[in-house]
Design a protein around this ligand. Sequence first.
Ligand SMILES: [Zn+2]
Ligand SMILES: [Zn+2]
Length: 246
Amino acid sequence: MHRSGAAMAWNVFKFCTALRALGSIMILLVLGVVGVTYYSVVLTNYGPALYDGGFNSLTAAVILFFFHCFLIMLLWSYFSVVLTDPGSVPPNWRPAMDEERGEADPLNGSEFNGSQPDPLNQRIRYCRKCNQLKPPRCHHCSVCERCVLKMDHHCVWVVNCVGAQNYKYFLLFLFYTFLETSLVTMALLPHFIAFFSDGEIPGTPGTLATTFLAFVLNLAFALSVLGFLIMHISLVSANTTTIEVL
Ligand SMILES: [Zn+2]
Ligand SMILES: [Zn+2]
């Protein structure tokens, strides 16, 4: 029994190492999708359309304006999730109430445990890997190898845990990704349809392939991010997290 436990721990460790190695690749992948989309929308389709004149120029200007607004907000919220500490347990954290004696603990000095102890989370938990007490709603992340306050999940896309302090940025990231990918999907839809028509299609095979790829990628991201967005809005309104629901 001990041996199988050790083997499982080793496998989990291997899995987590793989996830950590995946880290920088995921950031490059996100920037790659952004790059392909930018090339397709701005450089090959709507940038040149600015000089068409008339209604085409106006449409292109409106699309390019919102494309850049959403892109700036998307990149800002993305790197905020990546770079913000999700929330660590304050050193020497102690629960607000001493369970055995039922009186206030004088060592309590944390802003995270709040003035009203949650009756659902009265059981005090201990993390054996970090050798510290776990505040309510705190979970140990095996990828980050630390305890994270109000941990939602470890997100491979942002190479970070999503927890108490970067959850807001995570929601904003989902929101702006949905706006941006929906805009790109709608903007590239006429070009995508033209792809299958019999008529003459302007553009080199390279730009056509990029437009095709950008359309498919953005449609896929828009649909999956919409699912995540709906899920997280319902989690927030129920004041719960992905981990707690699981
Ligand atoms: Zn821990
Ligand atoms: Zn993590």
